[in-house]
Design a protein. Sequence first.
Length: 182
Amino acid sequence: MNLFTDWFNSIAASAVLVGMALIVLYLIAVCFSWVRFFAFLREKLHTYHLWLGFLISTGALISTLIYSQIIAFEPCEFCWWQRVAMYPQVLIFGVALFRRRLEEYVVLIMLSVIGMVLAVIHISIQLRDDTIFCLPGEVSCSTIYITEFGFITMPVMSLTVFTILALIAGNGLYEQRKSARV
């Protein structure tokens, strides 16, 4: 691999580690929201959740395009379907920044859950080196282009992003419904 690919893989994998830490921190904040610090974190997350979701989904879109168009990693069938679940989220988060309706949160959650399921299946295919879901003549779904820190592959990156986006949209839906009750 060339220097740019190594650098980009390191940046992407580091972003995934940060994302994993944010998932854990968010879950702790939800469980211990009675602690002032965690209540403050939840409040700030709710204030900026749509911007955060828009930036994360845009970053995922740009990174997938860099991998396929600049670094020239050809996406497999599962990668394409995960992109189908990811790309509309940029637009939906962008629209939600201005509208903030319940429907956007529901669609975002559904797309994220679909993406998470596809990513988990893709991870299991790579772990078992299985080609049962691959089309003949296409790129094998078991092909592992990158492995950073011993466990971060492209489907792991995808799963992390979809999980973060599902949590962001779920938090937005919860807060929207909570404020509608008051």
